[in-house]
Design a protein around this ligand. Structure first.
Ligand code: QAP
Ligand code: CO
Length: 171
């Protein structure tokens, strides 16, 4: 089932998401729905709060060199924790909850992630580059933060103006 994605400035996006404790079939169905929703919207990452569910769940599917996404590369990440972040990297980020807007954001270049999979089993992965960036972007959603909050005052003003205009033009 494709779920509706909530968009800025919906205040729900500011919610602090809660740890997952129930790894039953309801969670598995929800993860499947998140995947279907992300693919239908041409996304590479989605956090549960973007479909109005305030739980510490995110999914990622990083495309290959040709830009194709494969189900084998789908990562389902629950209750994540970043360890040993290193370096800095700049990347032009977007967000399904801030459609049509992209800006350069600075993130850690690499990190180790501890998390649980859909069965509640503890997992660990090492991420660099786009995967590391995507993990940080999605974990920010779990904290109620959007990438636009990392913009300088000047770039944030530019965003508010452009985004409001785009919203108006859509109507
Ligand atoms: C987060 O973002 C991310 O504006 C995932 O019109 C961003 O999937 C991870 C999207 C940058 C790593 C680097 C955005 C689709 C998708 C839009 C997305 C749009 C259609 C964003
Ligand atoms: Co996002």
């Amino acid at each position: 089932m494709i779920l509706p994605i909530i968009t800025y400035p919906n205040k729900l996006l500011k919610t602090l998401s809660c740890d997952v404790t129930d790894f039953s079939s309801a969670l598995h169905q929800f993860l499947d729905d998140m995947h279907e929703t992300m693919m239908a919207s041409n996304g590479i990452g989605l956090a549960a709060i973007q479909v109005a569910n305030p739980i510490r769940v995110l999914i990622l599917c990083i495309p290959d060199e040709e830009g194709n996404q494969h189900k084998e590369n789908l990562l389902e990440i629950i209750n994540p924790e970043i360890c040993t972040p290193r370096g800095n990297i700049l990347y032009q980020e977007g967000c399904l909850s801030v459609p049509g807007f992209y800006e350069d954001i600075e993130r850690f270049e690499s990190l180790t992630l501890r998390y649980q999979n859909r069965h509640g089993e503890p997992c660990e992965l090492h991420a660099t580059d786009l995967l590391a960036i995507a993990i940080q972007h999605e974990i920010d959603h779990l904290e109620g933060k959007l990438f636009i909050e990392k913009l300088s005052y000047h770039r944030r003003k530019k965003f508010e103006k452009e985004y409001k205009k785009a919203q108006k033009d859509k109507k």
